[in-house]
Design a protein around this ligand. Structure first.
Ligand code: ZN
Ligand code: ZN
Ligand code: FE
Length: 752
């Protein structure tokens, strides 16, 4: 007990504290310093070997409060995973010091880029502030991170801010532990920092105003952002948007829209509360939402859902305020090419597309698209569909102790994963890996990850498909390789995120992956562990006439499914298919020439989308399925009775024929198909889980991006007493495959 008369100081104690997690480059040291000031404790703090080390001394109560606040009040960007402490000797220190960093082994975690924080935003628009309207304002709570980092430890000289020596004012802030910009490595101001200019008119005053006026007049402008260039135009101007589609050679794939702030998001769209939370989070991702008002139809032709984001950088904030209307903000490239990052590259590749190019003189070290998230029905947190700026390279915690491993990923939605110990670093989305340019971008991103995280893979896992560029790349590395079946990897990716061990029932539904019987898989029920799998069920196989040609032409898949279901005559009428096409498809089905058998759920969606009339020619992968999902107006609960049979080899076959027949005979195809397909998968899954004595069902594969399908399927499985697992941090499509490969390769290695 304390009393007022007591004059002797309270008993002093000291502790040595270690804080683990994403704690460097996030303002953790100044946070500790401010905390020490507030609680009246002495000591010192430093970054060391991937942890923050603190020596602190004071009264036992103050030390207790200090330790609790380290997690309870940690800075926005920090991810505190553990705070551990041991007693230490009291040194009788007089204050709290911030010591220089020491580098060493240990986890090397680094924050992803963070959108401009509220404090910086207030300064940006404060005419009295010295950084008023300065496009590169940032602090320890916000700003570029991984897109400017060349190596760790994270210090200015190892970032592309090295080219900008700090002025006296900035240096004072940088060195003051009480300042919000203490050791904010990208700190800058109009005196010393990067500047924007127009590529064609480098001397122009106020290039931002010029660009804003151009956009208001209907022009297309390229803007250099955090991870590369965007192409921007007025999202309410149909002429401008159509021109952009034309020049970018991207006929229909939806464009993302950027609005200035939350109020504007509410004005132009109808976001739900969790969608607003995701939108205004420090990650500032593209969030899918409905209810668009008065946008140009070409922004997302035929789609009810739009990808919406807020500005992530001060430059974008300034631009959006100046134009004062929603902007299309799409990656700065022609379709199928990697996004432009250098000013020279933009001059060459973007001047044919854009009417003006707004550049700046800070180099983009890592090429990054914007992340895309979706809030699923009944969920509060968003699920990542495309992992890019602001999500990568945040580590994913593994429940295993992984050897240094590389997973090279898939062909579509390319991304790799480097793992070591308990951490996996799943890369940003690199794009479809079917050109030399995209593979070059992939190798460049991989080299940076290897350097920054210092992981030299001893095992390389790849898809079993021999022709994927990522498979050939794996073989070229001269390290032992492990081939992982595509759908096993899909299930394993979800298992990895949830730390699931043992056996689960995996449902892997996607467009395609090479099966181990030489056919194309894509609607699979697998009893899986991380080390192996047994196929227990699949969709009924049909021929995919002409192979890849069918993925661009959903009518071909509709004909193949109709023929299989015995309703070809009705199909020809309904689809308006030419007799020439019908002849070609019939011949391909009979001869099997370049026409594999497939159990693909993606191709089933193509067929039904064509039958429903929502998509009869696809200009991008997934388009028919996305449109079919959106065509569900009123969900129906009365599902067609599922037909599941057991084949001679013991596999369950999920019969697609009743669904196809029903699609031709009934109205409201989209709603009836979703309900019927969910019931069909559920029927087989519940039977398989019972057979195998399992109660955990793990979903993977791009088909489950479909929220209508997963909601109905999830409800049925849950009602049957099964536990359902979906990923959130990891894309459920091929962008998550590399993580699954890493898990499988490590389990396989242990077994052998
Ligand atoms: Zn800030
Ligand atoms: Zn300065
Ligand atoms: Fe896949």
């Amino acid at each position: 007990m304390r009393s007022a008369e007591r004059v002797a100081p309270p008993d002093l104690e000291a502790r040595r504290i270690e804080v683990r997690g994403v704690v460097q480059g996030v303002g953790f040291r100044p946070f500790a310093w401010r905390l020490a000031e507030r609680l009246g404790v002495a000591g010192r703090v430093r970054n060391a070997s991937g942890v923050v080390e603190i020596h602190v001394e004071g009264s036992p109560e103050a030390l207790e409060a200090f330790a609790a606040a380290l997690t309870g009040e940690a800075p926005t960007l920090a991810r505190v995973e553990a705070v551990s402490w041991t007693p230490a000797a009291v040194e009788g220190l007089g204050g709290f010091a911030v010591d220089a960093s020491v580098d060493g082994a240990g986890d090397r975690l680094v924050s992803a880029d963070a959108a401009t924080c509220a404090a910086c935003l207030a300064e940006l628009f404060d005419p009295g502030d010295r950084r008023f309207r300065y496009p590169f304002i940032n602090c320890t709570d916000c700003g570029p991170r991984f897109t400017i980092i060349e190596a760790l430890p994270y210090d200015r000289e190892r970032t592309s801010m090295r080219a900008f020596p700090m002025c006296a004012e900035c240096r004072r802030e940088y060195e003051d532990p009480g300042d919000r910009r203490f050791h904010a490595e990208p700190v800058a101001c109009p005196v010393c920092g990067p500047r924007v200019s127009l590529l064609a008119a480098p001397e122009a005053d106020d290039p931002l105003e010029i660009v804003a006026a151009l956009i208001r007049a209907g022009a297309i402008v390229a803007v250099k952002g955090l991870g590369g260039f965007h192409l921007a135009c007025d999202a309410t101007d149909e002429g401008a948007v159509a021109r952009l589609r034309n020049r970018k050679r991207r006929p229909e794939k939806p464009f993302a829209v950027m609005v200035p702030d939350v109020a504007a998001a509410r004005r132009w769209f109808a976001p739900t509360p969790p969608e607003l939370d995701a939108l205004s989070s420090w990650q500032a991702p593209i969030v899918l939402m409905t209810g668009a008002r008065a946008l140009a139809p070409s922004v997302a032709p035929g789609f009810a859902r739009h990808g919406v984001m807020l500005p992530a950088t001060p430059l974008h904030h300034l631009l959006l305020r100046a134009v004062d209307r929603p902007l299309v903000m799409t990656s700065g490239n022609a379709s199928e090419e990697p996004i432009c990052v250098t000013n020279e590259d933009a001059a060459e590749r973007l001047t044919p597309i854009a009417d003006a190019v707004l550049v700046h003189d800070r180099d983009v070290v890592a090429r990054y698209d914007d992340s895309v998230v979706r809030v699923r029905t009944g969920d509060v947190a968003p699920s990542v569909l495309r992992r890019a700026r602001s999500s990568a390279p945040s580590p994913i915690d593994l429940a295993i102790d992984a050897a240094p491993t590389l997973g090279t990923g898939s062909l579509l939605h390319g991304a790799f994963c480097l793992a070591n110990g308990g951490k996996a670093f799943l890369s940003q989305h690199v794009g479809d890996l079917d050109t030399e340019e995209s593979m070059a971008a992939y190798r460049e991103a991989l080299d940076r990850f290897r350097g920054v995280f210092r992981i030299e893979p001893e095992i390389v896992a790849h898809d079993r498909h021999p022709d994927f560029m990522t498979t050939r790349f794996a073989a070229s590395l001269g390290v032992p390789t492990v081939a992982v079946q595509h759908h096993h990897a899909h299930v394993a990716a979800t298992m990895a995120e949830h730390g699931l061990g043992g056996e689960v029932l995996g449902l892997a539904f996607d467009g395609l992956g090479l099966g181990d019987d030489g056919t194309v898989w894509g609607g699979e029920l697998l009893v899986c562990s991380s080390s192996g799998y047994r196929r227990v069920g699949r969709l009924r196989q049909v021929v995919q006439p002409g192979g890849d040609a069918a993925t661009r032409d959903p009518v071909r898949m509709a004909l193949a499914h109709a023929r299989d279901a015995g309703v070809l005559a009705a199909a020809i009428d309904r689809l308006g298919a030419s007799s020439a096409l019908v002849d070609v498809v019939e011949r391909q089905i009979e001869t099997g020439l370049a026409s594999p058998r497939t159990s693909s759920a993606g191709r089933l969606f193509d067929a039904v989308a064509a039958i429903a009339g929502v998509c009869r020619s696809a200009s991008f992968e997934g388009q028919p399925a996305m449109l079919l999902e959106e065509a569900v107006r009123e969900p129906t609960t009365s599902a067609l009775a599922p037909v599941v049979s057991r084949l001679p080899d013991g596999l369950l076959e999920l019969d697609t024929r009743p669904l196809i027949v029903d699609a031709f005979e009934s109205g409201d195809v989209a709603a009836r198909f979703h309900a019927g397909f969910a019931a069909l998968i559920a029927e087989a899954a519940i039977a398989s889980a019972a057979d195998a004595g399992l109660d955990r069902v793990v979903l993977g594969g791009g088909v489950f991006q479909n929220d209508r399908l997963t909601t109905e399927l999830g409800a049925r499985l849950t009602t049957a007493g099964l536990r359902v697992f979906l990923p959130r941090q990891v894309p459920i499509g091929d962008g998550g495959i590399a993580l699954g490969q890493v898990l499988v390769a490590n389990a396989t290695k242990e077994r052998s």
